[in-house]
Write a protein that binds this ligand. Structure first.
Ligand code: GAR
Length: 193
């Protein structure tokens, strides 16, 4: 069994895709140890509870994209206590500190809604749409100290049609994300007995 921690800050649709895939045995070799959020009222926490999965808010102790040194320790301690095989950043909107990345980066994957290296950072779908790109999409990559910059594991392109609005494009990208997330986790879980 591959044991995972899921980190999510918001809506949690990718977390839900993972939990559903475990439930219907598409992911038959994966166990979720907990869902962790940096936002106290993140819908993702409720989704985990709905699936009977431990849902934990760990206070980042400050606003913005980073952690305080104290909260950084809480995150590291939590991961060490749970000792996961894989950490999945599924819409986790904070920059992990270097100490975290040096300890766990080799077993942490991040989902990003663009065809990296294009459109790193915030609002990538909107920026690709407004730049009249022909394609958008999503990427899953290993986490490194460069934001959205680690080695790419898999990508899924999504065509931007002249009939697309930002909303229809976002919907298509999210659908592609859910599929890619389950595929990548499934492939990584093959390394575990
Ligand atoms: C997803 O689109 C994910 O790619 C993005 O946040 C969204 C979370 O959606 N992540 C990033 O932008 C990370 N840089 P969800 O909460 O519905 O899974």
């Amino acid at each position: 069994m591959m044991k995972i921690l899921v980190f999510a800050s918001g809506r949690g649709s990718n977390a839900r895709a993972i939990f559903n895939a475990i439930k219907d045995a598409t992911l038959s070799n994966v166990e979720v140890l907990a869902l962790v959020s940096d936002i106290a009222d993140a819908p993702a926490l409720k989704i985990a509870e709905e699936f009977g999965i431990k849902a934990v808010f760990i206070d980042p102790l400050r606003k913005g994209a980073r952690f305080t040194e104290e909260s950084e320790k809480h995150y590291i301690e939590f991961v060490e206590q749970h000792n996961p095989d894989l950490i999945v950043l599924a819409g986790f909107m904070r920059i992990l500190p270097e100490t975290f990345v040096s300890k766990f980066g080799l077993k942490t994957i991040n989902l990003h809604p663009s065809l990296l290296p294009a459109y790193k950072g915030l609002d990538p779908i909107k920026r690709a749409f407004e730049a009249n790109e022909k394609q958008s999409g999503c990427s899953i990559h290993w986490v490194s100290n460069e934001l959205d910059g680690g080695a790419i594991i898999a990508q899924s392109p999504v065509d931007i049609l002249s009939t697309d609005t930002l909303e229809t494009l976002e919907e298509k990208v999210h659908k592609a994300e859910h599929k890619l997330m389950v595929e990548v986790i499934g492939n990584l879980s093959k390394n575990f007995s």
